[in-house]
Write a protein that binds this ligand. Structure first.
Ligand SMILES: O=C(O)CCC(=O)C(=O)O
Ligand SMILES: [Fe+2]
Length: 351
C-alpha cells in the first residue's frame, strides 16, 4: 500500500522572551534564553523577540513618524536625498538581489522607498572616521519626527547590544566579546515603505517590494507591520510568509555572524513580495535597525567554530570590505561575485 506523504515540517519563526537579559534575570533564566536563541539561530536565523522593554509610546511613535514622512509627495520627499546611506531613497533606486550576484528575471529594481538615519562621524571626535562612511543625517521638517525616530533608534540600539550579549553567552564567549567590534558600529535605521501609487504602475509577476538578500552585518532588529509581504527562505528551500506576533520584534542574523560561526548560525535569505490583490498591494511599513560592527573591525571565524580540520570556510574580512562589496551590488548594479554560498541558495529556491 502506498504510504501517505509525511507532512512537511511546519515552518515557524521561534519566539524568545529576552526579559531575563533586559531586566535582572537569574543566571539560570539567562542560560535558558541563550539556549533558545542558539537553537533559533542555528535552525531558522530569524527570531521573534518579546520582553524587549520598548515602551509603547516609542514603538507607536515610530509608526507615526513613518506615516508622516511617506505620506508626503514624491517631490517633497526628494528634498531629503542625501549622500551615503542617509536620507530618502526613492522607489526603484536599489536592487537588493544584486548584493548576492543574482539578477532578477525582469531586471526591475525593488519598489520600496526608504528613509535612512545612522551613526555620524562627528559623534566620535578623535577616531578620524570619514563622513563617507558615517554620513550626516538629514531630518525632515515634520513636527516631532526627529524626536520620535531618535527615541526608537536608542531603543533598537539597546536591544541590538543586549542581543549581542546573549549571542556571546550562547557561543561560550566573554559576555562583552562584541563590545570591541561595535563601539563605533556603522549602525543604520532604515524605514521602509512598500506602496504603489494607484494607476501609475504596470503590474507584472516579477514586481518585487525588496529583492531577496541576506543582511550584511551582525544582527538586524526589525519592527514590522503585520501586513503580508515578508518572506523567509526555509531550509526546505521554500519561501515562507512571516509576520510578527503582537508586540514582537523580528530579529535576523547578518552575514558577519554567519562568518563568525562558520555558518552554524544562519544569515537567512529573505525578501518582500506583497501579494497583489485587485491590481494593487496593501501598504506595508517596516523599520530595520542594522547593527553592522565597526568599519575597521576584522571578522574571523571563532576558534570554537573552525571545521574539524581547522579549515576556514571564510577568510577573515574587514567589515569595510564586506559592506563595500554588498553595497556595490545593491546600489550600483554590480553583481557581488563573492557571495557564492548565498547566491546558490537563492537559485535553488522554489518559487
Ligand atoms: O520589510 C521587511 O520586512 C524587511 C526589510 C529588510 O529585509 C531590510 O530592510 O533589509
Ligand atoms: Fe533585510
Amino acid at each position: 500500500m502506498p504510504q501517505p506523504d509525511s507532512p512537511a515540517p511546519e515552518f515557524a519563526v521561534p519566539v524568545v522572551d529576552i526579559s531575563a537579559y533586559v531586566g535582572d534575570g537569574t543566571d539560570e533564566e539567562r542560560a535558558a534564553v541563550a539556549e533558545a536563541l542558539d537553537t533559533a539561530c542555528a535552525t531558522v536565523g530569524f527570531v521573534q523577540i518579546i520582553g524587549h522593554g520598548i515602551p509603547d509610546d516609542i514603538w507607536n511613535g515610530l509608526g507615526e513618524a513613518s506615516d508622516a514622512f511617506f505620506n508626503k509627495t514624491l517631490d517633497e520627499k526628494k528634498e531629503y536625498l542625501a549622500p551615503g546611506n542617509r536620507g530618502y531613497s526613492p522607489p526603484k533606486s536599489e536592487s537588493l538581489s544584486l548584493s548576492l550576484g543574482v539578477e532578477s528575471s525582469s531586471r526591475m529594481n525593488d519598489f520600496f522607498e526608504a528613509f535612512n538615519v545612522g551613526v555620524e562621524a562627528r559623534s566620535f571626535p578623535g577616531l578620524g572616521l570619514s563622513e563617507d562612511d558615517y554620513g550626516l543625517n538629514v531630518w525632515p521638517d515634520i513636527d516631532a519626527f526627529r524626536a520620535k525616530v531618535e527615541a526608537y533608534y536608542g531603543e533598537a540600539s539597546r536591544v541590538a547590544r543586549t542581543l549581542t550579549g546573549v549571542f556571546a553567552d550562547a557561543l561560550g564567549l566573554e559576555h562583552d566579546f562584541f563590545a570591541a567590534l561595535t563601539d563605533h558600529s556603522i549602525d543604520v535605521l532604515r524605514m521602509n515603505n512598500y506602496a504603489l501609487p494607484e494607476g501609475t504602475v504596470t503590474l507584472d509577476g516579477d514586481l518585487t517590494g525588496m529583492g531577496e538578500h541576506t543582511d550584511y552585518g551582525l544582527v538586524t532588529v526589525l519592527w514590522a507591520d503585520q501586513v503580508a509581504g515578508l518572506q523567509v527562505l526555509g531550509t526546505d528551500g521554500i519561501w515562507h510568509d512571516v509576520s510578527p506576533i503582537d508586540g514582537a520584534l523580528l530579529i535576523n542574523l547578518g552575514d558577519l555572524t554567519a562568518r563568525l560561526t562558520n555558518d552554524r548560525w544562519m544569515s537567512t535569505l529573505h525578501r518582500v513580495k506583497p501579494p497583489i490583490v485587485d491590481g494593487t498591494i496593501k501598504r506595508r511599513r517596516s523599520v530595520a535597525f542594522f547593527h553592522d560592527g565597526n568599519l575597521d573591525a576584522v571578522i574571523e571565524t571563532l576558534p570554537s567554530h573552525l571545521d574539524a580540520d581547522d579549515g576556514l570556510a571564510y577568510e577573515p574580512i574587514l567589515v569595510r570590505d564586506h559592506i563595500k562589496a554588498k553595497l556595490a551590488g545593491s546600489r550600483q548594479g554590480k553583481a557581488n561575485t563573492a557571495a557564492v554560498r548565498e547566491a546558490a541558495r537563492v537559485l535553488a529556491a522554489k518559487g
